[in-house]
Design a protein around this ligand. Structure first.
Ligand SMILES: *[C@@H]1O[C@H](CO)[C@@H](O)[C@H](O)[C@H]1NC(C)=O
Length: 419
């Protein structure tokens, strides 16, 4: 056997033995760079308010390319997890119902699912596969498509999304307690006093100058619009309103996560987190072949890849509940991603076992693998991961009771996806 062949066969064995191990991936990501949602404070962008910028779309496209390299069959990876042809039983994609998250994840999917391999159109169906309105240029369009169903053999992937008032998974549906908390806290100066006192002396003068204001005009409780404007301007190379020093910019950046977390009480914060984490846990059980809660994970069709397109707001609460020992999070960048991997252990007896002890969980925030306090090593055993979730103050049952312990406040501000 010559050297190349030997090397290739070793590589192949490695791929085959290691590839049996990854069972499931759940990704929660933040949208890419976008125009500020409510006000650009005079800065011009080619897109409308809240829309992703070209760089934001590029970020997600590249994220998709990397997920493809890591997890797709036929790519040079160790985890041959999902088929390159989109299959509803393998990949489940959800987004919050905002343009920037839907467009971001759509870009990510264009990077993830390769073009040119979708099923081709059978030639005899070319005359049938047409809409019911007349296309004056039908012939030239059909000619240029050839046997591709749609341009370049792209694969349209379904992205499901629901209005925030009904979405019980990615947003705030069916939990008046948490929504009311957001509404009350957003408008209560007492809740923001401490953070205001922390940041006012060190950065309010500079931020006020940037916007031509007096620092008394600024309040931490409603500074998010200005922070969003600054973060986007910095990312897009348009920050000309003030020349922050490196140290000052660090402070400006560090205001984001405290702001997002403080919209919810510690209890509501955990509710927000477990609304995401418990369904992911149940999908893991489903992938392991164990009993799982159909209400929480039944929608996912036992998917191997779950992609959730969301916001810095939700992510800040989820990451906070993970309480990783090796991450001090004060800012969630555009296109940040939180990835949960479920691995089957390599040891004998675990090849087909559904025993919890045969599985482990790896959690990554961008490129950093998180070390959870309940886990002895950086790779959590599945049982340790469960213990972490069980150790949170709010349980699934308590959450339901709390959520419906109040009626939804109306006529106040609205609950919204922040940042
Ligand atoms: C499944 O989850 C739902 C929603 O949280 C909960 O109401 C229900 O009690 C759970 N079912 C079981 C069998 O644990």
């Amino acid at each position: 056997m010559n050297k190349t062949v030997l090397l290739l066969s070793i590589l192949f064995c490695l791929i085959v033995t290691v590839s049996a191990r990854l069972e499931m991936v759940a990704e929660i990501c933040r949208h890419g760079s976008r125009v500020p949602q409510r006000d650009t404070f005079g800065t011009k962008y080619s897109n409308g308010l809240g829309m992703p910028t070209p760089s934001g779309l590029r970020q997600h496209y590249l994220l998709g390319i990397e997920l493809r390299r890591r997890y797709m069959k036929g790519y040079p990876n160790v985890h041959q997890l999902v088929d390159p042809v989109f299959d509803l039983n393998e990949a489940h994609v959800r987004s919050t119902q905002t343009a920037r998250t839907v467009q971001s994840v759509y870009s990510q999917l264009l990077g993830l699912f390769p073009v040119g391999i979708a099923d081709e159109l059978e030639p005899e169906l070319a005359d049938v596969a047409i809409p019911l309105i007349k296309l004056p240029n039908l012939d030239s369009v059909v000619d240029s498509l050839g046997s591709e169903a749609i341009k370049a053999g792209m694969q349209p992937v379904s992205v499901r999304n629901f209005h925030r008032d009904v979405d019980r998974f990615l947003a705030f549906g069916d939990c008046p307690y948490m929504s009311n908390d957001f509404i009350r806290r957003s408008e209560d100066p007492e809740v923001w006093k401490e953070l205001d006192e922390q940041f006012r002396p060190i950065i309010f003068n500079q931020i006020a100058q940037a916007f031509g204001l007096n620092s008394n005009d600024l309040k931490f409780m409603n500074i998010l619009d200005r922070l969003e404007a600054l973060y986007t301007e910095e990312f897009e190379g348009k920050l000309t309103r003030f020349d922050f020093t490196e140290e000052e910019w660090k402070i400006v950046r560090s205001m984001q996560v405290p702001h997002l977390l403080n919209h919810l009480s510690p209890t509501s914060s955990q509710i927000m987190a477990i609304r995401h984490l418990n369904p992911i846990r149940e999908l893991m059980r489903s992938r392991m072949g164990r009993d799982f809660n159909e209400t929480l994970a039944g929608d996912f069709n036992n998917a191997k890849l779950l992609i959730l397109s969301s916001h810095a707001y939700q992510m800040s609460h989820i990451i906070n509940a993970l309480a990783a020992e090796n991450l001090e999070l004060d800012h969630i960048d555009f296109a940040s991603t939180l990835i949960f991997e479920l691995h089957r252990k390599d040891s004998s007896g675990c090849e087909t076992s559904t025993s919890e002890s045969c599985f482990s969980v790896k959690i990554f925030y961008n490129d950093l693998q998180l070390k959870l306090p309940s886990c002895r090593n950086i790779d959590c055993t599945f049982k340790e991961f469960l213990r972490h979730l069980n150790n949170l103050d709010v349980t699934e049952d308590a959450m339901h009771e709390l959520c419906f312990s109040e009626d939804l406040l109306t006529g106040y501000g609205e609950v919204t996806n922040l940042d």
